[in-house]
Design a protein around this ligand. Structure first.
Ligand code: NAP
Length: 523
């Protein structure tokens, strides 16, 4: 994602740059220390008028914290102390900016104060905790320590920016991105300065949360920043747009007949091969989808690259473990902390998560998610995907889990309530979603909740698809709830996988038909 910093020294100029930047960027950073004490509300509403989807970061550095390029431009009204900075960041939260940036050096008390205000205002604004070193790049060991000091404050994003004294310093900040990614922590890590260009160009390919780029040289907020045009050109090169013509054999590498695979353990009961093979045939792709029972996921990933297998589904127990073997992880998957889909672009592996979309599309067929409350039973990978999708759609999840610790960790991450499973009868919500395996074949007489606890829910969903109608759904039916089985979810998540692998519109009706046929046969 490209972020254009707005560094203009007058509001008139800032508004002009905003107008030019909004269609080129994914995020706009308002550098209030450089723009000066102008009307923040006016700037935010100017961005919102240009685009609903663009994200806004509000940053306000003290003079001594600004990078050399910024120091030179510091506006007359730049903040002088932490008090002024805090007031401005609080205003940004009130104005529902998407992100505010606060330095680690401001201390836990200041960061927690801002976090509490974010939570009080509904959690729309997320916190970036940042560290800048304007002189050098510390060792990787030291940067990891700083990274952990940042993560202790539980920010949405950690930002660590150093100054490159030599080209090797770039490798340190790039290594830090891989380190953060293994822990599912979003990060912005790069080197400033003339020698930091490598990190700026390569970081987006390995999962940096965003890349700073300017409209033109005059807009630089830190030394070494590329322009948007240059940044886009780098991405095109790295993504192979030009490479294919220079290296003719690259796209002609021998492909295996087993072009799509399922990686999991166990996989025998999976209906994915049936569903995907029917779909591939229908859309005229003469390749197959094969299930592999995997012992060693790192070996399986080497196989994926070596055999140039185009796509893989990933299932239990590898959805988290697989992440460290990928070259790039899509934004949604990184946020959820699990990958269920891999796309192989000539050896470059990208991880996605389609579970959340599968679940949300299922719900949205029958109900509005926005402003509804959802009890999610479970705190595993599917619960995380469900909660992520619900929040993204403007709904409110409530986590209910058997094990207190796991439930609490998830609820704290999502900033939503947690209840132990034993207290489910106390909760009222619009919809209940079971994401545990309780009730799955062959334990079909089990349900995660008693029938009485279902009274009051308008909607009940079970992610289990075998059996088609679990005991939970039978009980919910008796209570006249609208019920959803896991069949639509598996079809929707599989359809999204196919779309990612082939770019072709998936035959969802057929995919559902083959699954229903198999399941009704086995009932
Ligand atoms: P997971 O990460 O292992 O999490 C399972 C969760 O279920 C945990 O929070 C666990 O609670 C809870 N749980 C397990 N046994 C329980 C029991 N006896 N009583 C109460 N809670 C129990 O698994 P997952 O990847 O989220 O998968 C969960 C289910 O979703 C599986 O059945 C899977 O097949 C299904 N699924 C369906 C689709 C679809 O497309 N329809 C897609 C993905 C997954 P603790 O924290 O207490 O251990």
């Amino acid at each position: 994602m490209i972020c254009i910093p707005i560094t203009s020294r007058t509001i008139k100029e800032a508004l002009r740059v905003i107008e030019r930047s909004c269609h080129l960027a994914d995020l706009i950073e308002l550098r209030m220390d450089l723009i000066g004490r102008v009307n923040l509300a006016k700037l935010i509403s100017a961005i919102r008028d240009e685009s609903d989807s663009i994200k806004i970061i509000v940053t306000c550095r003290k003079k001594e914290e600004a990078a050399p390029a910024g120091v030179a431009m510091c506006a007359k009204g730049a903040v002088k102390n932490t008090g002024e900075k805090m007031a401005l960041l609080k205003e940004a939260i009130e104005l529902r900016a998407d992100f505010i940036d606060i330095e680690l050096a401001e201390g836990k008390k200041a960061i927690n104060e801002l976090k509490s205000l974010c939570a009080k205002k509904g959690g729309k604004t997320k916190i970036i905790v940042s560290y800048h070193n304007l002189k050098e790049t510390p060792t990787l060991k030291r940067l990891k320590e700083i990274f952990h000091q940042c993560t202790e404050t539980k920010p949405a994003i950690v930002k660590i920016v150093t100054t490159a004294k030599n080209v090797e310093d770039n490798l340190i900040t790039l290594n830090l991105i891989s380190y953060a990614r293994k822990q599912s922590q979003k990060i912005i890590s790069l080197c400033m300065g003339d020698k930091g260009g490598v990190s700026r160009a390569v970081a987006p390919l390995i999962g940096n949360f965003l890349s700073f780029a300017t409209l033109d040289r005059a807009g630089q907020s830190a030394p070494g920043q590329f322009t948007v045009h240059e940044m886009n050109q780098f991405q095109e090169w790295f993504n192979g747009k030009h490479r294919a013509s220079l290296v003719p054999n690259l796209s002609l590498r021998k492909t295996s007949p087993k072009n799509y695979v399922l990686l999991g353990n166990p996989v025998e009961q999976s209906l994915s091969p049936l569903m995907h093979n029917a779909a591939l045939k229908k859309i005229g792709i003469a390749e197959h989808y094969v299930a592999f029972c995997v012992q060693d996921i790192s070996g399986a990933m080497e196989g994926l690259r070596g055999m140039n297998i185009r796509g893989a589904s990933v299932t239990i127990p590898f959805k988290v473990a697989v992440m460290e073997y990928l070259d790039y992880i899509d934004e949604d998957a990184l946020e959820i902390g699990a990958v269920n889909t891999i796309v192989n672009d000539n050896g470059r592996l990208t991880g996605y998560n389609t579970d959340w979309l599968g679940l949300i599309l299922t719900l949205k067929k029958a109900m509005t998610v926005k402003n509804k409350t959802f009890v999610i039973i479970g705190a595993g990978g599917t619960a995380r995907a469900a909660a992520y999708g619900i929040i993204k759609e403007g709904g409110f999840p409530i986590i209910v889990n058997r094990t207190l610790e796991k439930g609490k960790i998830l609820s704290e991450k999502l900033n939503c309530p947690y209840y132990p499973l034993s207290e489910i009868g106390r909760i009222k919500a619009d919809c209940l979603i079971n994401t545990t395996p309780v009730g799955m074949y062959p334990h079909v007489d089990k349900s995660p909740v008693k029938e009485e606890a279902l009274a009051g829910y308008k909607y009940v969903m079970d992610v289990i698809y075998n059996p088609l109608k679990t005991k939970l759904l039978n009980d919910a039916d008796k209570k006249r709830c609208h019920i959803f089985s896991g069949v639509d979810m598996i079809v929707n998540q599989g359809a999204e996988q196919l779309r990612l692998w082939t770019g072709v519109e998936p035959p969802t009706t057929l995919m559902k038909k083959v699954i229903l046929k198999r399941l009704t046969k086995s009932e």
